[in-house]
Design a protein around this ligand. Sequence first.
Ligand code: NAD
Length: 510
Amino acid sequence: MTAPVCAADGDLIPAVRTGLLIGGQVVDGRGEPIPVTNPATGEVFTTVAAADEQDVDDAVRCAQETFQSGVWRDLPIHDRARLINRFADGIEGRMKDLYRLETANNGRPITETKAQITRLAEWYRYNAALLLADRSSVIPMRGDYHTYTSRFPLGVVAILSSFNHPMMIASKSLAPALATGNTVVLKPSEQTPLTALLLGEIAQDAGIPDGVLNVVPGLGPSAGAALVEHPLVKKAVFTGGTEPGRAIAVATARRFAKATLELGGKSPVLIFDDTPVDVAARGAAFGGFIGAGQTCIAGSRLLIQRSFYNDVVEALSKVASAIRIGDPALETTQLGPVISRRAQERILGCIRTGLDEGARLAAGGHAAQVPGLPGGFFIEPTVLADVTNSMRVAREEIFGPVVVAIPFEDEDEAVALANDSDFGLGSAIWTRDVARAHRVASRLETGMVWVNDHHRLDPSSPWGGVRDSGVGREGGWESFNDFTHVRAVTVRTAPDDVDWYGGIATDRLN
Ligand code: NAD
């Protein structure tokens, strides 16, 4: 099942798969087919198959059989690493199709999509390298024993990804899940299923055995829920909203399956008055408006030292108003649409709420009109000033191009405001004072802290949140190891045999 699909630049990508991938077969789903919309035009440009609960069960059982067969789990690690590197080669080979398709599907400007996706293969190569670099540790057990650890894979891993960075989000977990020998059922967001289907095809072309990676687009409450509740799924990695994340935490805990939950955020950006005003304004715009603010770590809560608060708000408003909004397929576009009409209306509603609460509109605030794209879901980059940390716009995730600006007096107040949030994903500090940078970083209760920057991630660096931003980490050894169980192997090296009942026991058991 394939269909020609119009890429972001208007060219046709001739044969994009639109069926589910289960056990190496491309099959029709039993769910209602999913219309895929280009957010820049508001038009449906293709339809993909959707999995229902039965399809999800088929995919999980197939992944389980493949796992049990040993075709992947028992492959010598050098061969598994070689196949994962070949998968990375395939991703690089289809790079242009991948980023054009992704931009057509989620509306992110092509320059941003390229900047992100040209690094995609690194996640696979890094985790293949960890597989070869992994060493077991020797444990200093008391007595005549040689104790060491080794790791074994979990089984079937479910990956449920969000719409905002479909391939990067999927790959952050897919790479370590595959490297450690698990099999995977990937359910992309129903809003952005196309590139996940292409990833499945690339994996097959690379020689990853059938059934190791299964891809099942489908709706969250039906296919997604069936996947995380499936008794054969041993770990769920969910990237999405905090409320579905809470339900998934409960569903997995009930059967003691693992869960990594990458949820929402309201990342504080602490801007101290030793930062030049133009540097602060550009940094805040970068933190807040990339991806039209649809990133979990968007720097959406600006905490600005009062001594230069008005200057920064004014400079930021000028930067925001100059951002080029337009067709995401064009290299000159700096800000694309948000994902859907519904999201556009919701975000505009949040702006109205902020104004009702007493915020001052310093920039933007409206739907943007883009010539030639009357049906697109565009929103002006928006700055809400004179906000207090108790307002809803300061506490709730907006997930659009909207930042709020809150003044603070000194370092202690900045830290207190930053930590006064239900979320704890990312944060940023802007200062020229190196001692303050480290001091403040050590007091922020977030999984990531950037100093004089934002948005940076790497396969080697742990990523994840605290509180309502989730549990678990992606990236680095932390993530790699969490796709395995550890086992301790204890070998008796004493010259005599065990004879516990032969007399009075004098051995220690612990
Ligand atoms: P979403 O929660 O609507 O959907 C995410 C995925 O979960 C989709 O595949 C969806 O089909 C599925 N899903 C939805 N409800 C489900 C349910 N009840 N059971 C099982 N699966 C379900 O999120 P979204 O709108 O695609 O993404 C935006 C959210 O993702 C934001 O809150 C953002 O902060 C968060 N996010 C977090 C990170 C991170 O690393 N922490 C990264 C990106 C996005």
